[in-house]
Write a protein that binds this ligand. Structure first.
Ligand code: CP
Length: 327
């Protein structure tokens, strides 16, 4: 077994994947030969645990594991399992019958890798940004843990987005703009956090645009340029990555998780795209049409939403393969 020069244990951040260019090369190699590593996963089991809903992550990660010859168990915590308590020190006299501290080692005993989806509650910034739930899986499972969107990160999505940008870029260093767009519900910051972190690590002219007050956590945005004027930000963009997020509470912790703006002038329509360098439209999906993006743009020939989603299979397969190589 050639483990290469990088040892992947868990997958949460861009640093967990090692050299990004090598990871992108590996993604293309896997895309050309996605069933070529079935021996790696033989008699190995992936347990996928969902505390929240999913379409793409569930299907693409399961498909990736099957490509690698793995067995897959999927657990929807809220549909058929005992309701789980996640806090220590509580008297469990409510509707939560089982504690995560017993459930985690039990679940770990049935698998080799655990993948977890557990969204932000958006009420307590400290709790969410400490990754309180998934860190218990890291601490108590003894298994490699893969983030399938946690309170603050969605790295399988960001990696798929980067694979897609690498496939469609016309220049070595494209201009990539992450733009906030309006939404009717308060959404987590996991997708924009990870997208910012991965774009900072990639070779891109990366700009973030949003209304004032929506500043993302600086540990993810790094030195990315922040431009509050959306039109200025979009000018010359090769890729427009639209996403809503609720207030990250960076300026004012009391605003964490709130909707501060419903300004529909931020919705991406054909006029917005006309300001770009004949740019591509991107979104992680699911997307609410009419709020984030208009029908014309998402259905247009420069919409990459379907290739992005398809690349989720590839990003998951690269990650699972790298972990399997260490087992
Ligand atoms: N993009 C994404 O993670 O989609 P799902 O929520 O459907 O998994």
């Amino acid at each position: 077994m050639d483990k290469g020069d990088f040892f992947m244990r868990h997958f949460f951040n861009v640093h967990d994947i090692g050299d990004l260019n090598k990871a992108l090369e590996e993604a293309q190699a896997i895309k050309n030969n996605r069933f070529g590593f079935q021996q790696l996963g033989k008699n190995k089991t992936l347990l996928m645990i969902f505390f929240n809903n999913s379409l793409r992550t569930r299907l693409s990660t399961q498909k990736a594991a099957m490509n690698l010859g793995m067995n897959v168990i999927v657990l929807d915590v809220n549909a058929g399992a005992w309701k789980l308590e996640t806090e220590r020190g509580v008297i469990m006299n409510g509707d939560r019958s089982e504690h995560l501290l017993e459930a985690i080692p039990v679940m770990a005993s049935y698998c080799d890798i655990i993948a977890v989806r557990s969204f932000a509650g958006l009420t307590d910034r400290t709790y969410d940004y400490a990754e309180t739930v998934v860190n218990q899986f890291v601490k108590y499972s003894g298994r490699p843990v893969v983030a399938m969107e946690t309170a603050t990160v969605h790295p399988l999505q960001a990696f798929a987005d980067l694979i897609t940008i690498a496939e469609y870029r016309q220049s070595a260093r494209p201009k990539v703009v992450l733009t906030w767009a309006p939404h009717c519900r308060a959404l987590p910051q996991a997708v924009p956090n990870s997208f910012a972190q991965w774009m900072n690590a990639a070779d891109a002219d990366f700009v973030i645009t949003h209304p004032e007050g929506y500043e993302l956590e600086p540990s993810f945005t790094g030195n990315a340029r922040i431009e509050y004027d959306q039109k200025k930000a979009l000018q010359g963009a090769d890729f427009v990555y639209a996403k809503n997020w609720s207030c990250p509470g960076v300026r004012n912790a009391a605003d964490y998780g709130k909707i501060l703006s419903e300004d529909m002038s931020w919705t991406i329509d054909t006029e917005h795209m006309s300001w770009t360098n004949n740019g591509y439209f991107m979104h992680c999906l699911p997307v609410r049409r009419g709020l984030i993006v208009t029908d014309d743009v998402i259905e247009g020939d420069h919409s990459l939403v379907i290739p992005e989603a398809a690349n989720r299979e590839i990003s998951a397969e690269v990650v699972l393969k790298k972990i399997l190589e260490t087992l």
